[in-house]
Write a protein that binds this ligand. Structure first.
Ligand code: GRF
Length: 204
C-alpha cells in the first residue's frame, strides 16, 4: 500500500497543524492551502518545509468558481485525502463531489449537536455538561457527514467560551491525527451515516 498524499486547507491559525506535523500519520502532508494570505498557519507550514498556496475567494465571481479553482489547485498535488482544518468556507457540490469519500473536517462540537459557528457559547448557554469535538467526512450538509472520531470534555460550572476553547482544542489535537492515520491506513469504511473502523493490520 503506497503512502497517502495529504492536502490540508486552513483559513486561520492552523491550530491543529503542529499536532498533525508531529504525528505519525502513515501518510505525507504534501501541501497546505488557504483562502487567506495572512493565515498564521501558512507560516507554520513554511517553517515545516511544506508547500503552500493561497487562493483568495474574493477574487472569484461565485462560490462555485472559487471551489473549482481550489479543486484544480489541490489536484496539482494529487491528494488522496483533503483535510479541512479551520477552513472557513461553505463548500459547494463542485468541491465536495470532487473529493467525495476523501474529504474530512474537524468541528469543535459533539456533532450532530451544534453545527455551524459559535459552538462553545451555544453549548454553555444550553447548560450541557459535556462538550467536545468531531472529525467527520464532509458531505453536502453543513458539518453533517459520517463521524470518524469524537472526544468529550466536561463543561465546568463556571465555564466560558474562552476557557472551553483550549480544552476542546487539546482534544482536537488528539483525535485529528488519529482520524487522519486511520484514513491513511485504509481502515475507514463508510456505511450509510456510520463509519466502521477496521482493526489495524498486524505486520509479520
Ligand atoms: C478548530 O477549533 C476547528 O475545530 C475549527 O476551526 C478551529 C481551527 O481553526 N474547525 P484555527 O486553526 O484556530 O484557525
Amino acid at each position: 500500500m503506497s503512502r497517502k498524499r495529504i492536502a490540508i486547507l486552513i483559513s486561520g491559525r492552523g491550530s491543529n497543524l503542529p499536532a498533525l506535523f508531529r504525528a505519525d500519520l502513515g501518510g505525507d502532508i504534501v501541501v497546505i492551502g488557504s483562502n487567506k494570505a495572512e493565515a498564521k498557519g501558512l507560516e507554520l507550514a513554511r517553517d515545516a518545509g511544506v508547500a503552500t498556496f493561497v487562493l483568495n475567494h474574493k477574487s472569484f465571481p461565485s462560490r462555485e468558481a472559487f471551489d473549482q479553482a481550489m479543486v484544480d489547485a489541490l489536484n496539482q498535488y494529487r491528494p488522496d485525502l483533503v483535510v479541512l482544518s479551520g477552513f472557513m468556507r461553505i463548500l459547494t457540490p463542485v468541491f465536495v463531489d470532487a473529493f467525495a469519500g476523501r474529504l474530512i473536517n474537524i468541528h469543535p462540537s459533539l456533532l450532530p449537536s451544534y453545527p455551524g459557528l459559535d459552538t462553545h457559547r451555544k453549548a454553555i448557554i444550553d447548560g450541557v455538561k459535556l462538550a467536545g469535538c468531531t472529525v467527520h467526512f464532509v458531505n453536502g450538509e453543513l458539518d453533517g457527514g459520517p463521524i470518524i472520531a469524537q472526544a468529550a470534555v466536561h463543561v465546568d460550572d463556571d465555564e466560558t467560551p474562552e476557557t472551553l476553547q483550549p480544552k476542546v482544542l487539546a482534544q482536537e489535537n488528539q483525535i485529528f491525527p488519529y482520524a487522519v492515520k486511520l484514513f491513511c491506513e485504509d481502515r475507514l469504511r463508510i456505511e450509510g451515516k456510520r463509519v466502521r473502523t477496521l482493526p489495524a493490520r498486524i505486520s509479520s
